[in-house]
Design a protein around this ligand. Structure first.
Ligand SMILES: *[C@@H]1O[C@H](CO)[C@@H](O)[C@H](O)[C@H]1NC(C)=O
Ligand SMILES: *[C@@H]1O[C@H](CO)[C@@H](O)[C@H](O)[C@H]1NC(C)=O
Ligand SMILES: *[C@@H]1O[C@H](CO)[C@@H](O)[C@H](O)[C@H]1NC(C)=O
Length: 459
């Protein structure tokens, strides 16, 4: 699409947004029905348990096609919670993972260019783990729970799975290790251990994918695994994988996953080199200077030009903090689908359909997840009782130039002219008065009683 096409589209969207706010008082019942449907589509409140053990949990809101709609949401948003001294046992996923440490500290180990890289993550850190890369997560802190928010990108390869799929390398009866799928006689030969020993090895682990590392809880093989030196961990992983490779596969699927695993992450060379210091570093979102800031709030956007590992998954991340009553001016994302997770406070999310009807005007609170399709106009409004913080992902790692529909830097300002006035059926002077009334941009102050902003706040 050329520049003209894009402009035309944005003009259409702008009209729609204006029509939506003007027409807000009409068709009341019809609209309520539509908004309920909108909430079902754009507010992701259904949390599914992916993992739940004594030591932690992983819950997720699912992407995919929204029921009864043509809209496709390409991401799952996951919430990982781990108790002090716990381990999410080694696994690899069929999807790219971008993690954000919302609370606590984490230690993540993953295979990067055939080597084990370990990184310490603190609050506010962003890190990426590519699909097929084996990794584990650890909370070594004695007192603090670890909370992580992650985006799981649904790749075309993962489309066939119900949600996304973990392949546990370590495991026992629960979860099952991918090794357990192989013929045991062959596997014991490959590992050079007795079948009895093998049986112990493959059945000991019963406490689920997130386990306690020490203390009153029973110790297990993974405690030892973590206690080992780095190169020993590698050797351990290598041994497991090699033996699996030599063993005769039982199931097609496992062969496939194992081969993929082997190809993508563990070629023999370089296994015992020093730990890889070139593995991606972390990026702290809290320490970043705001990209936009005024007295009503700030926003930070991180893309691949700030943090190159985001290229892998093709995601951007952002953080917004609105002071009470303020709003993010109505805008559209011309390049990206946006996901938001409310971290603190309460507020409203308004989303408008391309045909100019209000799709959703939902009150949101801590933990709520919303998403906004590309080109759909939307705004976020903080409640008047405190500041409103939300964090999120976008589906573009390139700079996503948000187009503001209202405010000093808006499209309305740039398009102001006789044609535009004619489009609204009003005089140029009047249009000028309307477009100049708002002196602020991007983050706008709360409505004053005289401004007549009732349409936004009254629902
Ligand atoms: C298997 O284990 C035995 C006893 O530990 C050892 O003597 C033998 O060399 C091992 N074989 C291989 C192929 O590693
Ligand atoms: C957001 O702003 C409020 C004050 O308006 C402040 O107390 C809070 O710490 C800020 N949040 C972050 C994450 O910086
Ligand atoms: C606008 O589009 C939405 C979503 O496709 C639809 O549900 C709604 O009925 C449409 N409204 C009008 C007035 O055409």
């Amino acid at each position: 699409m050329g520049n003209r096409g894009t402009l035309l589209l944005l003009v259409l969207v702008l009209f729609s947004a204006l029509v939506a706010s003007v027409g807000a008082y009409e068709y009341e019942e019809e609209k309520i029905e539509q908004r309920t449907q909108g909430e079902k589509w754009f507010l992701l409140r259904q949390l599914h348990n992916v993992v739940k053990t004594d030591a932690g949990s992983m819950r997720m809101v699912k992407g995919g096609y929204r029921a009864g709609s043509f809209l496709h949401s390409p991401m799952h948003i996951g919430f990982i919670s781990m108790e002090p001294n716990s381990l999410f046992i080694p696994q690899y996923l069929d999807s790219d993972l971008v993690i954000f440490v919302h609370h606590g500290e984490a230690r993540v180990g993953h295979i990067y260019r055939d080597e084990l890289a370990e990184r310490s993550l603190k609050q506010g850190d962003v890190y990426t783990i590519p699909a097929g890369s084996a990794f584990y997560l650890e909370n070594r802190n004695e007192n603090q729970r670890l909370r992580i928010i992650c985006s799981i990108v649904i790749t075309s390869e993962s489309m066939g799975w119900h949600a996304f799929q973990s392949f546990f390398i370590g495991g026992g009866t629960h979860p099952a290790s991918i090794l357990a799928g192989f013929d045991h006689t062959t596997l014991s030969t490959a590992l050079n251990v007795s079948t009895a020993e093998l049986k112990t090895f493959l059945t000991r682990q019963t406490s689920g994918p997130i386990v306690h590392l020490s203390g009153s809880h029973d110790t297990n093989i993974w405690t030892n695994f973590i206690a080992q030196e780095c190169h020993k961990k590698l050797a351990h992983l290598k041994r497991i994988v090699n033996s699996a490779e030599e063993a005769s596969p039982k199931q097609e699927e496992l062969t496939w996953s194992l081969r993929k695993f082997l190809c993508t992450l563990l070629s023999r060379k370089g296994f015992f080199k020093r730990m890889n210091h070139k593995a991606p570093s972390t990026y702290n979102l809290y320490n970043r200077k705001p990209d936009f800031k005024n007295e009503y709030g700030w926003s930070k956007n991180v893309d691949e030009s700030d943090y190159s590992p985001l290229q892998i998954s093709g995601n951007g991340v952002y953080l917004v903090n609105l002071s009470s009553g303020s709003m993010m001016a109505p805008h559209v994302n011309p390049r990206a689908i946006e996901y938001g997770v409310v971290l603190k406070g309460t507020g409203r999310i308004q989303i408008v359909y391309p045909n100019g009807t209000l799709a959703m005007n939902a009150r949101v609170r801590e933990g709520d997840v919303f998403w906004v399709p590309r080109y759909f106009p939307f705004c976020q409004i903080a409640s008047t009782n405190g500041h409103f913080e939300f964090f999120g992902f976008t589906t573009s790692a390139r700079r996503n130039h948000q187009q503001f529909l209202v405010g000093k830097n808006s499209l309305m300002q740039r398009l102001r002219g006789p044609e535009f006035a004619a489009a609204f059926g009003i005089g140029e002077k009047r249009l000028k008065r309307i477009t100049n009334a708002q002196h602020e941009q991007v983050i706008l102050p709360s409505s004053s009683p005289t401004a007549g902003d009732k349409a936004i706040y009254e629902f």
